[in-house]
Design a protein around this ligand. Sequence first.
Ligand SMILES: [Mn+2]
Length: 325
Amino acid sequence: MMNDIYKNNIGDAIKNADDIYIAGHVNPDGDAVGSVLAFGLYLKKVGKKPHILLEDIPERFGFFHGSELWYKGKLDELSPKLFFAVDCGDKQRLGKAAEVFDRAEVTYCIDHHKTNTGFADNNIINAQASSASEIIYEILSGMGFKAENDIDIAENIYGGIVFDTGGFKHNCTSRRCHEIAGMLVQGGVDTTGIHSKLLYEHTLSQARLFGIALSKIKHKDNVSYTSLTAEEISGCGCTAADCDGIVDFLLNLDVSECAVLVTERGNNISKASVRSKGFPIADIVVGLGGGGHALAAGVSCEGSAEEISEKIVDLIADGLKKWKK
Ligand SMILES: [Mn+2]
């Protein structure tokens, strides 16, 4: 039986629109790309004109299907009839697409972030879902999607789920999530290929950056942390997207209960990625202006990586101590 959360009028909204705009969050991760492109390909299949508003994606996401749907025009004059924000906890996370969202006639938000602000006209939010891709699966299934009939859409959804669950490992991986994956596998998705692209393959540049990050590990009261300056990232021929996996490596240390990676993004902005094995970190991160999940969250702050990491680690270490009492 279908979960009530997924009852929606998307079918009618789609019927009444021709050009449909779909955006994900800035610095798109595997779930943002997978969910947005899965939805886009579905809309194309039912005869609509989907336009994807997403920043450029790293090469390892190249296996996702539907790159032809990227919107290449200017954003200034765009006033869509129908706009979907997917995998975004708040409007700011849309980046440049936020102005287009503001001008849209009807807006939807499809998301799984616990911190979601319900910023659209219609909000389909399930914080229990592993990923936005899982929610897209539920919504599309309600409209007749079957994995075996549409392998490209199935692979996009599967990729998004694999990414956000860390390969069915994080605590967001429910029974339902496995059931959905099972149906996608039955449909014929390339499981091995997708796992290795998303979770295991690294470039030589990434390995060098990893080395720098690990050589600078610090540890305070069961919080492991490190930081990377903009020069260190670019010096390895990397971008911010290449830092994926470093914070998870820190969390996997036997001495870690929480982990923090801070990376400089230019213009005196640093981004902190915070992970936890049990202590819920979302409130602390939201307090700093960020968002995310109980055990995985992030925030951008003004300041150098060094400054920001000391500040955040103090807050996390304090919170962790109180939580354990
Ligand atoms: Mn997600």
